[in-house]
Design a protein around this ligand. Structure first.
Ligand code: MN
Length: 254
């Protein structure tokens, strides 16, 4: 049985040739979620992924852009009913974005509340230096009965990872997370039924070039090595988790 690979967080519209990046993922047969950084990118992303089998676009407003682009929230709201997948959204409390932290929190709360009302959304969430506040907001505004959260490139503590698991969150893991001990420890504690894979390309590299969804097999191998499982087991876990994530429907949604 061939289990399809999954790249749950990639920015295909930031590659030099967006259309050929989508075609590469299609040819490779990798289920790819291409996230966006501004709602202005949504119409083109929707168009390019309309007829693809493996690639889907997500409606985003990147936390690193919220400081300058909070005025695009009405546009994000306008497109929300068209989008099943939401991202990249979240909070970045790193030094470069600290100044916009208050507005980022407001925007992320707004995103979660709107997703809870619209139901059945799947969110790819950024939480750099902000795992606690991200989890607090998810706990209060988007219970797992209202929508599903995938924490992308999670760098919180092991205790925060456990809290995220209790809140029903999934994790998408990339190969750069395995370069440090903290990341490896976090990945080792993730339950088999919550782990997914991502490249976060073009922000991660493979042999000096931007990683692509077709590179995701390397991440699967590295996870298997780290968790002392076989590659086949990790492939099956990820394929099953991806299927479960897509099938979950909110309890009183439709
Ligand atoms: Mn990203």
């Amino acid at each position: 049985m061939r289990s399809n690979y999954v790249d749950l967080h990639c920015h295909l519209d930031l590659y030099p040739d967006f259309v050929s990046a989508v075609q590469d993922a299609e040819r490779a047969g990798v289920y790819t979620l291409t996230v966006t950084t501004t709602p202005k990118a949504w119409p083109r992303n929707r168009e390019v992924t309309e007829k693809t089998h493996y690639v889907r676009a997500a409606l985003g407003l990147h936390p690193q852009l919220v400081g300058e682009r909070a005025d695009e929230i009405p546009l994000w709201d306008q497109y929300l009913p068209e989008a099943r997948y939401i991202g990249e959204v979240g909070i970045d409390a790193g030094p470069r974005y600290y100044r916009s932290l208050d507005i980022q929190k407001e925007v992320f709360q707004h995103v979660l509340q709107k997703c809870a009302i619209n139901r059945n959304k799947i969110l790819s969430v950024h939480s750099v230096r902000s795992a606690k506040v991200v989890l607090d907001l998810i706990e209060h505004h988007l219970p797992p009965t209202a929508g599903m959260v995938v924490l992308h490139w999670f760098t919180g503590s092991v205790a925060e990872a456990h809290r995220a698991i209790d809140l029903g969150c999934y994790f998408s893991v990339n190969s750069e997370m395995m370069l440090n001990e903290k990341g490896r420890r976090i990945i080792a504690t993730m339950p088999d039924d919550r782990i997914l894979t991502e490249t976060d390309g073009p922000f991660t590299k493979v042999n000096e070039r931007a990683a692509r969804p077709s590179d995701i097999g390397r991440t699967v191998e590295a996870i298997a090595g780290l968790r002392k499982s076989s590659i086949e087991e990790v492939e099956l876990d990820i394929a099953r988790n991806f299927k479960t994530l897509l099938e979950i429907r909110s309890i009183d949604g439709n």
